[in-house]
Structures are given as structure tokens and as C-alpha cells.
Design a protein around this ligand. Structure first.
Ligand SMILES: Cc1cc2nc3c(=O)[nH]c(=O)nc-3n(C[C@H](O)[C@H](O)[C@H](O)COP(=O)(O)O)c2cc1C
Length: 292
């Protein structure tokens, strides 16, 4: 019998009455998203499972097909264990952080931000706050009035992903997070403060270790090259420039300092972010408060 988390609100029926063997395979989405209720599909028996915010409740459904259904001891034991330890495991392996609404009007003009922008590499150890992080992420790829994103994308194919290597943000535990622009939220992908390993991956540049956060922009080239072929590679590089500049200017506009970092070992950065083979890190932007 195989249990697979498939999507929210799915109820599955099956006519096999006495399942004999249980294996549980949490999918990637199960580990990464707990913001909504999900259901388990169980082949070999009908069980409805609800997973929400780290807690799992399960109930056996009885309907016409199950008039003579006798709950198997094994399945009940499994469900008990799943609801007890599964919930614990999920609560501790996934995190979902809703970011505060970003501001759509600031105090500094675009011209002033352009005039003041420069690379800042000396950061104080004062933390950033969630409003500032929210603003930076929104500037990178957030939803805008048109319904699209703050940076243009060839063919609106959006090959870029945004990660935050967070070490010193008030109200946010040190970890690596992936930005979900649709929900304007963060999803924890790796636990712990990874600024040290990221700085090592960036040839030991100490500002990467000292900055409260580093935003890492990655690309899934295939999303663009599928349509544009070789030329798509050029488009992806152009896009990362757009996103990078948005972050740099937004940082200035909210009185933060930032430095773009392009010198790093790709494979090491991939390990820090725990990303798959088809995703490439392109740019790191370290952000913080400039040391006075
Ligand atoms: C593509 C790119 C890669 C860069 N990589 C690094 C880097 O790895 N480390 C660093 O300290 N600065 C890096 N920089 C920042 C440049 O050194 C900086 O922009 C340049 O010295 C001009 O200074 P300014 O940004 O203050 O105008 C990079 C800039 C760009 C555009």
C-alpha cells in the first residue's frame, strides 16, 4: 500500500478491504507547504487525512463500498503513528512565514536612490526586520499592479527563483528560505544560520557572512530555453540583472546597504540552498545596515 500526498481536498476511494503493507512517502510539496489542508491518497483502502500547519488528523471514511469494512489493526496503528509523529515531523521540517504587506510608496525618489546607490560591504550587527525583508523581496519579484512581477521576464516565463539566507532578522529564525511571490511568503528549506557556508562558497568574502541576509537569485534556464533555445540563456542573464538592480535600489530607498556578489562556486552555493540539479545560482545580494 502506498500513501502519497497529492493535493488539497482530495478524497480517494478504493475497494481493497484489507491492506497488508504500508509505506509512507512524503512528497516534496508535503515537506514544503503546510499552509493549507492536504489530503492523503491511500491505495488499498480509503482513508481521509488532513494535514495542516504541522498537525495531522485522520479519519476512516465509511460509505457504500465499505459496508463490511473492518479497520485493519495495522492501518489503525499506522494512522496513529502518522498523526502523532507525522505532525511533529512536519512541524519541524517545514516552516511557512507570511510576510507583511510591502509598501507601494516610499519616502525616497527613484532619482535619489540611483544617486545614492553604491556597494556597501561593512555591515553593523543590528538585525533587519520583517518589513524590510518583505520590501526587498517584493522589489525582487513581487506582484505588481499589472498582475505580473516587479521585474520583466522574456515571454513572461519567469525562470528565476529567490532564496534568503537569513542570519539576523528580527522575528525570523536563522535558516534558508524560498520566496513564494504569489503568497508573498517564505518557506524554510534549510534550517540554521548558513551565512558562514555561503561566505565560504563566495571565496570567503566576509561581508556575505556579516550581512544579516543574503538574497540568492537562482535560475531554471529550461523555463526560458524551452521556448527561445540558446538565446534564452542570454535572456535569463538579463533578467537576473533586472532583479538584482531592483533589490539594490530598494535597499537604498529604505536606508539599507547592499552589495552584489557574483564571485562564488556554483556547486557550493547549491549545497547551501539544497537546490536541485536543474537550478543554477546566479547572483548573491548581501543586505544589511551600513556600519557607521
Ligand atoms: C556582476 C557583478 C558581480 C559582482 N561581484 C562582486 C563580488 O563578488 N564581490 C564584491 O564585493 N563585489 C562585487 N560586485 C560589485 C562591484 O565590485 C561594484 O559594483 C563595483 O566596484 C562598482 O562599485 P559600486 O557598486 O559602489 O558602484 C559585483 C558587481 C557586479 C555587477
Amino acid at each position: 500500500m502506498r500513501f502519497t500526498l497529492i493535493s488539497r481536498r482530495i478524497r480517494v476511494t478504493n475497494t481493497v478491504k484489507k491492506p497488508t503493507k504500508a509505506t509512507f512517502k512524503p512528497s516534496r510539496s508535503m515537506v514544503s507547504s503546510l499552509s493549507f489542508a492536504n489530503f492523503l491518497k491511500i491505495k488499498g483502502g480509503e482513508v481521509k487525512g488532513i494535514i495542516s500547519q504541522g498537525a495531522i488528523s485522520l479519519e476512516i471514511q465509511r460509505d457504500m463500498e465499505y459496508d463490511n469494512f473492518m479497520p485493519d489493526v495495522k492501518i489503525l496503528t499506522f494512522l496513529f503513528l502518522l498523526s502523532t509523529f507525522g505532525g511533529f515531523m512536519l512541524a519541524h521540517t517545514t516552516d511557512y512565514i507570511q510576510l507583511p504587506e510591502p509598501s507601494k510608496s516610499g519616502k525616497m525618489t527613484l532619482e535619489e536612490a540611483l544617486y545614492l546607490r553604491r556597494s556597501v560591504r561593512e555591515f553593523s550587527d543590528k538585525p533587519l526586520n520583517l518589513n524590510e525583508l518583505s520590501q526587498l523581496l517584493w522589489a525582487s519579484q513581487g506582484k505588481v499592479k499589472s498582475g505580473r512581477r516587479s521585474a520583466p521576464s522574456a515571454g513572461a516565463l519567469y525562470p528565476l527563483e529567490i532564496y534568503v539566507v537569513c542570519g539576523n532578522v528580527k522575528g525570523l529564525s536563522p535558516a534558508v528560505y524560498r520566496y513564494d511571490l504569489k503568497k508573498h511568503s517564505l518557506h524554510k528549506v534549510v534550517d540554521g544560520d548558513k551565512r558562514g557556508p555561503l561566505a565560504s562558497a563566495a571565496l570567503g568574502q566576509y561581508w556575505v557572512r556579516n550581512a544579516p541576509v543574503s538574497i540568492v537569485i537562482t535560475a531554471v534556464f529550461e523555463r526560458t530555453t524551452r521556448k527561445y533555445g540558446e538565446r534564452g540563456i542570454r535572456y535569463v542573464f538579463m533578467e537576473v540583472g533586472h532583479v538584482g538592480q531592483n533589490i539594490l535600489l530598494q535597499a537604498v530607498a529604505i536606508k539599507l546597504g547592499a552589495v552584489p556578489v557574483g564571485a562564488f562556486y556554483d556547486e557550493e552555493v547549491k549545497r547551501v540552498l539544497n537546490i536541485s540539479e536543474n537550478e543554477q545560482p546566479l547572483y548573491i545580494i548581501s543586505v544589511g545596515r551600513e556600519k557607521q
